[in-house]
Design a protein around this ligand. Structure first.
Ligand SMILES: [Zn+2]
Length: 167
């Protein structure tokens, strides 16, 4: 999904834990955004190849230029693997619970991506237990197919839920 939907899902989760401190809530929101950051350069590369702006990229651009960013795919899969989470919990218990709340946001990001990254091509499907090759094919749709109006609806739903939970 897009970074704004991920961030809004983080605000939603953070606001649904009233006992959480501001620092813990911020950790959750950071956790919902962080998994995509190491791969962010790949989106710019795809946009350059497709000669389009970052915001007008679609599924076709991703699948036809995806091979140019293939070396970066491993980074993507690494940060989108549930197997990275135990290390965050260990850091949390050893040093600071910031990492535990970061992990909560991280989990939410991974769950969103599982359901919004549905691909025909086996190699593009989410691999929640990377480096295991087991892929996930129970997604609802593919975020790359979203039109601008779909994104706006998605953001509005999140904002509405945040409002309902906060009031
Ligand atoms: Zn992601």
């Amino acid at each position: 999904m897009d970074i704004l939907t991920h961030a809004l899902s983080g605000v939603l989760l953070a606001n649904s834990i009233p006992e959480a401190t501001l620092e813990q809530k911020i950790a959750i929101v950071i956790g919902t955004v962080l998994p995509d950051i190491p791969f962010a350069r790949a989106y710019f590369l795809i946009a350059k190849m497709a000669k389009k702006s970052l915001f007008s990229l679609n599924l076709n651009d991703f699948t036809s230029h995806g091979k140019f960013v293939k070396p970066k795919l491993k980074t993507y899969l690494f940060f989108h693997s549930f197997l990275i989470l135990p290390s965050l919990f260990i850091l949390g218990f050893l040093f600071n619970d910031f990492f535990v709340f970061l992990a909560f946001g991280w989990i939410l990001h991974l769950v969103y991506d599982l359901f919004f990254h549905k691909y025909e091509e086996e190699e593009l499907r989410p691999k929640p237990f990377y480096p295991s090759k087991i892929s996930f094919n129970f997604g609802l749709t593919n975020g790359w197919r979203f039109k601008k109006s779909h994104f706006i609806i998605m953001w509005l739903i999140h904002l509405l839920l945040i409002l309902l939970i906060t009031l």
